[in-house]
Ligand binder design. Structure first.
Ligand code: PMV
Length: 316
């Protein structure tokens, strides 16, 4: 009897409040973004007996034998940890990874790949893991990818729920009281998150007081935003987002293009907007009323290479 193919999926994410400060122990809020996702399909490698990874992206396909990926590859880390958790080798497999999440753009592409790979491969090996176990595996994979990740990306993606996250503390999922309409727009620029995080670390060493003041203000914003999310106060959320963006500008992680997107979104009726993720490029996120969403998105499309209209529902 041939084993059926197994598929798994993981969403993208956006950080609504608190990126960078979260690395230093301050709270942050992130939500899953279902408009983009990673899908994995796992099939047994019956004919060759050789485990293969097949990366599919926009019509292009790359097939790499698992043993050629190298031990520093994030997928290698996922497989190695699964092996340890299960206590045995996985049967030979073909893992196909397809993603609609833009890479290095602040939308959690690497964490989603790790989550969808861990979920698919564990089911293939006959062991269904809990979200907590998948989250742990994805975090190890993120360490390889990003160096010193806070863990917020893998957490929001593994649990697929809005989260209030403090590094090293038990995860809190958030109950939101109103559907939230978001517009995300690409600056078209790219900088690796680990490079931006390292730049912030160096600047913080030069002026620790300035950075503590800013991070602590971002922490306050997060606490206020948590309450606003829970009671569905969109206008307050927007105000907090724009304030958060100003602080991200102060620590030097915005860019002219991100600022232009933020200003345009607000100028066309969004409650507020900010860059999201590591910054120095990647996406901006704006919060708005449902009836404004399309017109804001259309305006941003005139100069952004990719605009995503999405909604975070009460269910996540
Ligand atoms: O760029 P992203 O989507 O990986 O988000 C990074 C968020 C940071 O706070 C800048 C880093 C981290 O590890 O939390």
């Amino acid at each position: 009897m041939t084993m059926p193919a197994i598929s798994a999926k993981a969403p993208g994410k956006t950080i609504l409040f608190g990126e960078h400060a979260v690395v230093y122990g301050y709270p942050a809020i992130a939500v899953p973004i279902h408009a983009v996702h990673v899908k994995t399909i796992v099939q047994p490698a019956v004919e060759t007996g050789l485990s293969m990874i097949c990366f599919r992206n926009k019509g292009a396909e790359e097939n790499v034998p698992l043993n050629e990926l190298g031990s520093s590859h994030p997928i290698h880390a996922v497989v190695a940890q699964l092996r340890e958790l299960i206590g045995q080798d996985l049967p030979p497999f073909i893992l196909t990874i397809t993603s609609t999440i833009p890479i290095t753009a602040g939308l959690g592409s690497s964490a989603a790949v790790a989550v969808a790979a861990a979920s698919g491969l564990s089911q293939f090996a006959g062991k269904k893991l809990t979200d907590t176990e998948i989250n742990r595996i994805a975090y190890q994979s993120e360490i390889i990818q990003h160096g010193t990740p806070s863990g917020i990306d893998n957490s929001v993606i593994a649990f697929e729920k809005p989260i209030y996250f403090i590094k090293g503390k038990p995860l809190q999922t958030l109950t939101i009281n109103k559907n939230i309409h978001l517009v995300l727009a690409d600056s078209g620029e790219r900088t690796l998150t680990k490079d931006v995080v390292s730049q912030v670390r160096k600047s913080r060493e030069v002026d620790p007081e300035k950075f503590e003041t800013i991070f602590s203000a971002i922490g306050q914003i997060c606490r206020g935003a948590k309450a606003a999310l829970e009671c569905g106060d969109l206008a307050a959320l927007g105000k907090f987002m724009t304030e958060n963006h100003l602080h991200l500008q102060e620590i030097g992680v915005s860019s002219k293009k991100l600022d232009r997107l933020v200003n345009a979104a607000i100028g066309h009726g969004a409650y507020g907007a900010k860059l999201c993720g590591g910054g120095k490029g990647g996406f901006m996120v704006a919060i708005c009323e449902e009836e404004n969403q399309e017109s804001i998105a259309d305006q941003l499309r005139t100069f952004s290479p990719q605009v995503i209209e999405t909604m975070v529902t009460k269910e996540g």
